[in-house]
Design a protein around this ligand. Sequence first.
Ligand SMILES: [Zn+2]
Length: 431
Amino acid sequence: MIQYNGLLIAFLFFFAFQLAFQLALDLLNISFLRRHRHAVPQAFQGVVDGEKFSKITSYTEDSTRFGIVARLFDKAVLLAILLTGLLPWLVDAIKGWGPGFIGGGLIFFGVLAIFSHVLDIPFDLYRTFVIEQRHGFNTGTIGLWLSDWAKGMLISAILGGIVLVVLLVLVSYFEATWWILAWMIISIFELVILWVYPVLIAPLFNKFEPIADTALAQSIASLMERAGLTVKGVFQMDAGKRSKHTNAYFTGIGKRKRIVLFDTLLASHPEQEILSVLAHEAGHWKRKHVIKQLILLEAFSFVGLFILSVMLNWEFLYRTFGFEEQIRYVGLLLAPVVLSPLSYFLRPLGSALSRKYEKEADDVAVSLMGTPEPVRDTLIRISADNLANLAPHPIYAWFNYSHPPPVERIERLDAMREGDPRNVREQVSGS
Ligand SMILES: [Zn+2]
């Protein structure tokens, strides 16, 4: 029986609070956008006209509304699973089959993972073939979506399965020290994945080819030299087979560093802008953002695993959610679920750090390009092409945005442009 004790009530309170908070932020953001729907920001005048701005508004509204419905559904399913006694029933059924602790844990998480992946199907289809379609982004087919889905399932089964087996083995053999061992093994595993991702996993979904345009490839090589970076390669990716969205990213660690440009980006930007995108990515490397973020992540997962190890021995947790005995693989699910409303409120920390890094990368891009002009033009074009919300509510952006809002980034670049070029250089090296 589920016990409506202090722990459960506290959990339900924070759970509802998080939900209400997220909803309030979304609604705040939408009403802010509606209020500003007729005032194209200064930086975008001449590029974004009234018609384009109303497209942006309707894309943001559609995506937000969809996000709200999907989130409410997810949360309702989670509550139903937790409060109806479904989990104790599942564990009893598994015990009846007699697979032991490790086998039992694998079945338990396997059943839940399949259930959640299947529930996600209609939402993913709707997002791709209704929302993205309606706003002119989707270029993919149902066949491609199906093969993506199958591959995604397979990869998460393999990778998730490996992590789960490690956890279950350690939990069952090392009573007190399992979490330290788990932290070490999982950290190494993450590094390995980061290292092999560009060559083993990403190619399952896309084709990667060296940049076809040789003149551009030359300019890129000389830019990277100026930045003092050895890059394994700059690739173009056939992103256009799924979507018209434009983007670029950097990936891999050590000698496997590579830059990936979407073919959609290459097709819609002039050379100087493409170079400034790369200069921005190079900025992330020069400032060692990947490594810094990795170290921070490992520190968080160390603390997280420690908390998990304490909660795993907390008999009250199991009883609260209707379990008569303390089956520790169940604790591996219950503890993170109970803590999730609290950990959600750590998000602004990560967002703020990421925004700081984005500004640093912009600064490096300006100094590599010698002028803020192309960096700024790229941002304007990317934002307009992707229908980025040009007027997010400041609190919404503070909480959720990994990048400073486009207008803020452009105003920063404009301030550099208007100043004395020497000031620019000082600003760049001083930040
Ligand atoms: Zn960036």
